[in-house]
Write a protein that binds this ligand. Structure first.
Ligand SMILES: NC(=O)C1=CN([C@@H]2O[C@H](COP(=O)(O)OP(=O)(O)OC[C@H]3O[C@@H](n4cnc5c(N)ncnc54)[C@H](O)[C@@H]3O)[C@@H](O)[C@H]2O)C=CC1
Ligand SMILES: O=C(CO)COP(=O)(O)O
Length: 335
């Protein structure tokens, strides 16, 4: 039986802890708040993030990250992307030297433009072959209700990805393996920005044609950036690409889409932030993704207008007219 540490007990961390406990691992979840750890240990519920879900009785929680990390074979990290570096710096000395580190996060670090797996290798010194990412159409609440879902486990070492696949496989959660870590992570991070755009369109009362336009051209700009950064363009046709993009842009459960919808209905960014309460990674990552695109000479028009709306440089109406007045061009995938 594998020992798994999950850091920490938000909606996705708790859900993946449940999946990995159901898959037969010995899982310890790190919660920052004692009331969450106590509730998981006593009544087997996470009262803040998933109050209506019965968690496995075998799943344990602790407020002490060292206790969670003790003898862990797999260390699964699920915290807001912009907090990863600071937290990981504190946790790194307690990570067992042979453990795999797995990122569940879908964001890009703002000051460095690094993907989460890159931050992990930089901060911990753990080689890329022992760092993996899980990304796909995975709305936490649906999986927590044990509804069927699939995902991608990407690691440059295929055998390591297969080991993790075994450790996450349940009757309701079906992980595929991949070696294109860059493509999987970029698909997950950029789809949050496109979901913000679809939310904006929804909030403005625009129709399904406009949403489909954003999803399709959003995928094209994601693939364009990915290809420039060394990803396999075909990765964006898979679960971590179009799969996640579709689920997130279609679902009212998505925090990013809902955040965009608030803005489209006229809320300010501050009002939308306090209405959302949970992590909507695209809000901070959109600027980091745009900077990454500009440094690599890649055009990302949807990301550009989303970042300008979030930064208060243009209105949502300006965003729509800016996109519709671009120079006409032939449609080619990734162009
Ligand atoms: N919820 C979902 O459906 C999915 C989320 N993700 C990704 O997983 C990551 C985590 O998201 P969620 O669990 O949904 O967010 P959440 O908002 O539900 O939970 C965030 C967790 O991070 C902790 N946290 C917040 N600020 C922190 C800080 N400064 N230092 C340390 N810990 C802190 C919170 O205590 C909480 O445990 C994000 O990158 C998100 O994009 C990926 C797939 C699905
Ligand atoms: O990543 C997700 C689904 O795959 C969750 O999306 P949100 O963070 O927008 O809720």
């Amino acid at each position: 039986m594998n020992r798994v540490a999950v850091l920490s007990a938000g909606s996705w961390g708790t859900t993946m802890a449940m999946v990995m406990a159901d898959a037969g691992n010995d899982v310890t979840l790190h919660a920052r708040r004692p009331e969450i750890a106590d509730a998981i240990n006593t009544v087997h519920r996470n009262p803040v993030y998933l109050p209506d879900i019965a968690l496995p009785a075998a799943l344990r929680a602790t407020t002490d990250p060292r206790e969670a990390l003790d003898s862990a074979d797999h260390v699964v990290v699920s915290i807001p992307a912009q907090t990863l570096r600071t937290n990981l710096t504190a946790w790194a000395p307690s990570i067992p030297t042979t453990a795999m580190v797995v990122s569940l996060m879908k964001g890009i670090e703002t000051h460095s433009g690094l993907r989460m797996s890159e931050v992990i290798t930089e901060v911990t010194g753990i080689p890329a072959e022992r760092v993996a990412v899980i990304s796909g159409p995975n709305l936490a609440r649906e999986i927590a209700a044990r509804q069927p879902a699939a995902s991608v486990i990407a690691c440059t070492d295929e055998t390591a990805a297969e080991t993790l696949q075994d450790a996450c496989l349940t009757p309701y959660f079906r992980p595929y393996t991949a070696t294109d870590v860059t493509g999987c992570e970029l698909g997950g991070a950029v789809k949050n920005v496109i979901a913000l755009a679809v939310g904006l369109a929804t909030g403005m009362g625009l129709g399904d044609n406009a949403k489909s336009l954003l999803i399709t051209r959003g995928l094209a700009e994601t693939a364009r950036l990915g290809e420039r950064l060394g990803a396999d363009p075909l990765t964006f046709s898979g679960l971590s690409g179009v799969g996640d993009l579709h689920a997130t842009c279609a679902s009212p459960l998505s925090r990013n889409r809902t955040f965009g919808e608030h803005l489209g209905r006229g809320m300010t960014v501050a009002q939308a932030t306090s209405a959302t309460r949970q992590t909507a990674e695209g809000v901070k990552s959109c600027r980091a993704i745009l900077d990454l695109a500009r440094r690599n000479d890649v055009e990302m028009p949807i990301t550009e207008v989303v970042a300008a709306v979030i930064d208060g440089q243009i209105t949502v109406q300006d965003a729509a007219s800016q996109l519709m007045s671009r120079t006409p061009k032939p449609e080619r995938y990734g162009i």
